[in-house]
Design a protein around this ligand. Structure first.
Ligand code: B1M
Length: 210
């Protein structure tokens, strides 16, 4: 579809207003929100990621592409999720200490909210202590950790450990995800659940919360 290619292309150029306009147009034309997300927004971000890896673009370009992605997601959000009326449980979510990537985490949050789960978003660069304090304060059933860097994914182990140290490990489930994270890593650090994408994270969260 030409419009999805245009979204992909303008996202790479970081043209947030144009991306917003095209996402709205695609919705108005009746294109499925999932296609707009995957074939428009995410495919543009994947190309930027490859170029970043090959030193063809640099941090500023990636940042403005990320802003354009977030702008598009804002328009798409009501069409991706159907708001739950009554809270089905509480989850705390954040990107782990040292890590500033939040696009995937925001998608996971959005999909969980769409399932009717109350999500406390701690943002990025979240320490194990912050995860712990927020979970206790909000009586959360689930703690969700996102990491995009091989250097920061090990922070997830520290999150599991702080709940163990404080005698709260049985009171919460810990879910982990993000591009470098795997099922075997999840088992190695004794987290409860790894999910590869936002939709499966939301499904798993619902199982844990209800
Ligand atoms: Co960064 N970066 N970055 N970056 N960046 C990556 C991750 C990288 C793979 C690029 C590359 O080299 N190809 C690479 C990591 C290499 C590695 O560790 N193996 C990298 C690097 C090296 C860096 C810096 C170190 C670069 C530098 O400064 N030299 C630096 C680190 C800063 C820091 O965090 N301390 C850095 C900085 C940045 C920006 C700030 C410029 C920007 C982030 C902006 C932002 O997030 N607001 C950025 C971006 C945008 C990327 C890429 C291009 C895109 C990431 C993204 O948003 N993808 C990325 C390359 C790539 O992934 N292709 C890259 C789209 C998003 C929807 O996917 O987050 O994977 P993702 O989320 C998915 C799933 O993983 C899953 O669901 C989501 C969708 O379904 N998921 C979960 C995510 N969290 C989950 C949690 C769950 C379950 C599922 O349960 C709790």
């Amino acid at each position: 579809m030409a419009i999805l290619e245009d979204i992909c292309s303008f996202l790479q150029k970081g043209r947030a207003p144009k991306v917003k306009e095209l996402v709205q147009q695609a919705i108005d034309e009746g294109l499925p929100a999932k296609d707009i997300l995957e074939q428009g927004l995410l495919s543009g971000m994947t190309i930027i990621g490859e170029k970043f890896k090959n030193n063809e673009v640099f941090v500023p370009e990636v940042l403005i592409a990320a802003r354009a992605m977030n702008a598009g997601i804002t328009i798409l959000k009501p069409h991706l999720v159907s708001a739950g009326v009554e809270s089905k449980g509480t989850a705390v979510i954040g990107t782990v200490r040292g890590d500033l990537h939040d696009i995937g985490k925001n998608l996971v949050k959005m999909m969980m909210e769409g399932k009717g789960i109350t999500v406390i978003d701690l943002g990025v660069d979240v320490s194990p202590e912050q995860f712990y304090d927020a979970a206790v304060e909000n009586k959360a059933q689930l703690v969700c950790c996102s990491a995009l860097l091989t250097t920061t994914m090990n922070e997830m182990k520290n999150v599991v450990e702080i709940f163990e140290e404080k005698g709260m490990r049985d009171a919460v489930k810990i879910m982990i995800g993000g591009a470098p994270v795997t099922e075997s890593f999840c088992q190695a650090i004794k987290a409860d659940c790894y999910t590869p994408d936002a939709a499966s994270a939301a499904d798993a969260a619902l199982d844990f919360c209800t």
